[in-house]
Design a protein around this ligand. Sequence first.
Ligand SMILES: [Zn+2]
Length: 420
Amino acid sequence: MQFEILAKCSTTRARVSRMTLAHGPTMLPTFMPVATQAALKGLTPQQVEELGITLMLNNTYHLNLRPGTKVLDAAGGAHKFQNWRRNLLTDSGGFQMVSLSSFSKVTEEGVLFASPFTGEPTMLTPEESIRIQHSVGADIIMQLDDVVSSLTVGPRVEEAMLRSIRWLDRCIAYHTATDSPKTQNLFAIVQGGLDHDLRDRCLDEMIRRKDNISGYAVGGLSGGEEKDIFWRIIAQCTAKLPGDRPLYSMGIGFAEDLLVCVALGIDMADCVFPTRTARFGVALTFDGPLNLKLTRHAKSFIPIDEDCPCPTCRNRVSRAQLHHLASHDTVGAHALTQHNVVFQARLMAGARKAIYSDTFPNFIRSFFSRYFGGPDDGYPKWCVDALKSVGIDLLEGEEGATRRVVEGDGAKWEYSDGVV
Ligand SMILES: [Zn+2]
């Protein structure tokens, strides 16, 4: 992997970089769509490529069940199997073992779970996870970690963190063995729950293994924890992790979460949210999400977004048509999925462009103002606090703009420079 930092924001920790993998370059920060079973639901890989996506995620657990490593080996890997020419990242499979299996038990050896098809006990070890990921052939592969819910408290969190470090060593040993593919890049996953001391210990240990690690992910978040704790853990990790490696925040997909994470120094993120919400009839826009199932769109003959370059908007498919389709036809899901994938890509491209021209704080302020309808409609407090920690004050108006002043238990508007 070649990782080059091309620009840095002079206010926040945001940066633009180029990550060159075996299947070409990917500009960071980026959002990776999730193609669970070697396909992004509703789109062909060719369509995904045409949308400009250069890196997507496949789930190891699902690929191992179907088509299985024998078929993948015969096909020459998941790129060839699904006819995807750009970069691919695979997760370790551990997360689905725990979340999808009705029975799973973590031992020092690995994760023991019941096969969803036969009920038979199956063991996923760190070595087995890397072996499967070698068959899949993704450009970026993830260590097997001991995943606990972010709401778990007590000694189990420390145990999982320490085990994730030991399992990282086993993944490194298996991956760096002489007969292993050399074009695949191993990422470590920082664990430690919502506890800053545990995170710190995990960071120290994983940074010590830097020579065998191509990038770092922050895991164990986005599981329903308080957002105020979420951003502080992200900020703690990005502050300490080596700046010469890509940093990946797992399971993040809301626009405001992505931009806050980018401001805190995150380069990559993934989530099923944009494509899943499309299948529920929701289009993502810079004015906030649009639920096309609502009857108020039944006579709206404009596209979702006049400025959007996605095939749906470019072909001027109307909101009324999408409203009609969303409720009873897969064509609607297909059209909205294309739009939402492009929305995420545009959001990240906008961030990259702003970082390049060193106008990222302004980009963030105008995004929040438009997306949330201005501060009077309420910015999420955690976003305000997180951005303030890296030098962006969302509530402080720019010259000539309005500024909110809170007095006592009420709030009033005043103009920052006397303009009425
Ligand atoms: Zn569109």
